[in-house]
Design a binder for this molecule. Structure first.
Ligand SMILES: [Zn+2]
Length: 405
């Protein structure tokens, strides 16, 4: 609409109320000024703004109040959840860890609770026993789970070491779920190269910061694992970390975080190999190698067969290109403008995609809740059938009331 106003296509903008125009007061002022400059008239349907100084003042005050109320609602809901956590209520959480099912207030007779999912709880106990007692590696646990055909919560049979690491440190499994152990704040973009499967640069980077332990709030939930086994698993994780740190010495990699495999999209990483197996004093060769070619990262099956490359060759080749480019500043400027245009085009497109994804997520949540209510006997089969069919048929793009059910 701002573009259309700027090109003179729109003469008059009708807005229901000032707080519908912009979320922030500063943006409201900016938009009003912009529309005024372009010669477009703004009409608020809840109140006629006549253009006198008093009207302007009223409009601005409405904008400020709206912004104040919004932040108050946000703060109130944050405080509400904090209060719930302090009172030991699981309604403080928005989701439940693997092996628990979140039963919301409406279905739990007025009190939200975590129910244990027995078959998933068995998996959790197995994982803790494997790591804490058998002392196997996280990758080995991944392989075992995969072989047993155990499903993750998202319905995949592929397990990742990072997921397991998160589970093994989650004190919910010994009956103490933590509220507020991390906070998200906006931070600067830090990506050296695009993430695999994410062609767009991160548009709104947020950084997860850890909250000091004293500020954590523990909420009691059903325990699944013996405290001693949990402790043993922590020791094993600590040992893994130390072993990893010990191998951190060695060459620094010039192209670390910058090279990506063209064939499979995984990152290339630096690796050394001895020049002579018999005589270690001869030193090492440095290589860059595609992570996709390492079978051990993918349950024994490499996903790529691209070749590794000698580090000195690759670094020299990259440096030659950089030098050649620096001799032609106009090419750098051209590329800068091309990327700028591309980023803007991407931003427009991904807004649509994001909206569709949000809608799909909403529908899936609706279906999940419907199945839960059916399983709990809250609704009858003859009510259930038409609604689930309706949900499954709901196409992204057609506004449905699913999200509000
Ligand atoms: Zn590759």
């Amino acid at each position: 609409m701002r573009d259309a106003v700027a090109t003179g296509e729109i003469e008059r903008v009708y807005v229901l109320a000032p707080d519908r125009l912009a979320r922030r007061y500063a943006h409201q002022v900016l938009l009003m000024e912009e529309f005024h400059r372009a010669g477009a008239e703004v009409i608020f349907l809840n109140h006629a703004i006549g253009g006198t100084a008093e009207d302007d003042l009223l409009l601005q005050i409405q904008g400020v109040i709206a912004e104040y109320e919004r932040s108050k609602i946000l703060e109130r809901s944050r405080r509400g959840r904090r209060h719930a956590a302090q009172s030991g209520l699981v309604s403080a959480f928005t989701t439940s860890p693997y092996s628990y099912r979140y039963v919301p207030k409406a279905l739990g007779a007025g009190v939200a609770r975590f129910d244990v999912v027995p078959e998933e709880a068995r998996v959790v106990r197995l994982i803790f026993a494997w790591v804490g007692l058998e002392r196997v590696s996280l990758r080995e646990v991944c392989r075992r789970l995969q072989q047993a055909g155990v499903m993750t919560r998202r319905g995949s049979t592929r397990w990742y070491a990072a997921t397991l690491g998160g589970m093994l440190t989650n004190t919910a499994y010994i009956g103490r779920a933590i509220y507020g152990h991390a906070r998200y704040v906006s931070g600067p973009p830090k990506l050296l190269r695009p993430l695999r499967g994410h062609p767009d640069p991160c548009r709104r980077p947020s950084v997860r910061v850890k909250v000091p332990r004293e500020e954590w709030i523990e909420v009691p939930v059903p325990a699944l694992v013996d405290a001693a086994v949990f402790e043993a698993a922590q020791m094993q994780l600590q040992e893994n970390r130390q072993r990893k740190r010990a191998s951190w010495t060695g060459p620094r990699w010039l192209l670390q975080g910058l090279t990506v495999c063209r064939r499979c999209g995984y990152a290339y990483y630096g690796k050394t190999a001895p020049q002579s197996k018999r005589d270690p004093a001869k030193g090492v060769y440095c290589y860059y190698r595609c992570s996709g070619t390492d079978g051990y990262r993918f349950d024994g099956h490499a996903v790529c067969d691209n070749l590794q490359i000698r580090g000195d060759y690759l670094e020299q080749a990259v440096w030659d290109r950089v030098r050649a480019l620096l001799q032609h500043p106009d090419r750098v400027a051209g590329e800068y403008h091309r990327r700028l245009a591309q980023t803007q085009a991407h931003a427009n497109r991904s807004e649509d995609v994001l909206q569709l994804e949000r809608q799909i997520a909403r529908l899936e949540r609706g279906i999940g809740r419907l199945i839960d209510s059916y399983a709990e006997g809250v609704i009858e089969p003859d009510e259930f059938q038409p609604r689930i069919t309706g949900l499954k048929r709901a196409e992204p793009g057609s506004k449905s009331s699913v999200g509000r059910q």
